[in-house]
Design a binder for this molecule. Sequence first.
Ligand code: 5GP
Ligand code: MN
Ligand code: MN
Length: 324
Amino acid sequence: DFEKQVMAAVEFIRRHDRFLVVSHLNPDGDAIGSTLAVGLMLEYLNKTYKMVNEDPLPSKFNLLRGSDRVLFASELSEDEPYDAVISLDCADFRRMGELHKRVKPETPLLNIDHHATNEGFGTCVWIEAEAAATAEMLYALVNGLGIPWTEDLAKCIYTGLLTDTGGFRYANTGPQVLRIASEMLDYGVRASELANVLLEQMTYPQLVLLQKSLARLSFAYERRVAWVSVTARDMAEAQAANEDIEGLVNYPRNIEGVEVGLLFKETGEDTFKVSLRSNGKVDVARIAKSFGGGGHTLAAGCTLTGTLDQVTSQLVKEVGLALE
Ligand code: 5GP
Ligand code: MN
Ligand code: MN
């Protein structure tokens, strides 16, 4: 049960001394908040640790303490001394990116995640599919380790909750999420500041990208499915970074009558990363999984190869079948 899992994670951390803290590529607020929160916990416990991510953190996360200390895998030396890995918000081992090749298979690994599709990799596995965010699980870990709450730590946990619930609006916003969020405010978190920077604010490239992708808004199945796409050319013309795509898929999903919203993003030659969002009727994790991806019932992703037209018709067809 939950308490036992927390204690197993506590024991794992107490038992080891030098940690690698990792999360998924293209990190979101939960991945970043969780990584930095675990960093702060290890700091308090006087452990040696390095935080690593495949991709740079979007600059808006500069407001979290320690955000300037997250390294790329290439910054780790070949014989980097560590005796344990903590994986956060990673549904499968490869979601770490190239980094997964640097993690020696014999290294003890603590896997903390809230994705139902988690493969259960690692030596100490703690999966809570009911948790709204990995950060929600870390709230229990902080208390389990007996670590005193600080504003910095509270900000990290709040960030994970805020971003994975879409600003406390998605179906995963339960009473426990709001209780924890409320407690974080007691520790000094300023809710409006975080909401402004992390949810409201847009970069200029983000808006240009929105303009370009909405120009290609398409529909199928009596407008129950809607999608937009972002090509490599759009990215170059908008001078956009990966983080500027964040939230784009919500536009097709938010249209009245739409059951599933999709975003196709060109990531390489004839390669497209697909984001799937459901308004409730369709389990998009199942569809994503059938294409080798995964995620949650209402938010999932996968990667397909082919031209944009091929990939679109292939995926939209599967969504159509799920609508029946
Ligand atoms: P997004 O569309 O925002 O990239 O991802 C939505 C959800 O699906 C996230 O929870 C993410 O972890 C998951 N997801 C996205 N792409 C993949 C993928 O290729 N494999 C797996 N297993 N999960 C993914
Ligand atoms: Mn995540
Ligand atoms: Mn998450």
